[in-house]
Design a protein around this ligand. Sequence first.
Ligand code: T46
Length: 137
Amino acid sequence: MVNCEVIDFKANKGNNIGYLVAIEGNNQIKFDIKRVYYILETPKSAVRGFHAHRELLQVLICIRGSIAVDCEDINGNIKRYILGDPTQGLFVGKMVWHTMEWLSEDAVLFVLASDFYNEDDYIRQYDKFITLSERRT
Ligand code: T46
């Protein structure tokens, strides 16, 4: 199993004035949330990502539109997740090579992260990711 997991959040639905989703660190999210960021105005079919994180844990939430996230872990397990429900998040663990493809122009990706931004935590070369992985081929 790839080191990723879909998380269902509670949504306060049941009236006609919209709904609210609340997310708490160390509760539905199994880490302390130190940073949030969001990505928007990405053209349809554009693909971002192409990296893995050494230590960072993240939860990816598509709060509008839809985005496909392709994940590959250090053992070579590969899985595609389609995010299109704002009441769900995708936990992405450490050492997961991931890309995000915008399936709709209006999509917005909201991300909860376990640490501050640190470029040294990124592995941006796929060859390096393979070398660092424990994969036995
Ligand atoms: C990830 C996926 C899901 C910052 O200055 N601060 C930040 O907190 C972040 C996240 C990025 N940046 C800078 C670094 C780059 O110069 O913003 C620029 C774009 O970042 P990047 O090309 O890494 O964007 P994505 O969409 O490929 O990846 C982002 C996150 O960087 C990454 O951690 O897991 O979203």
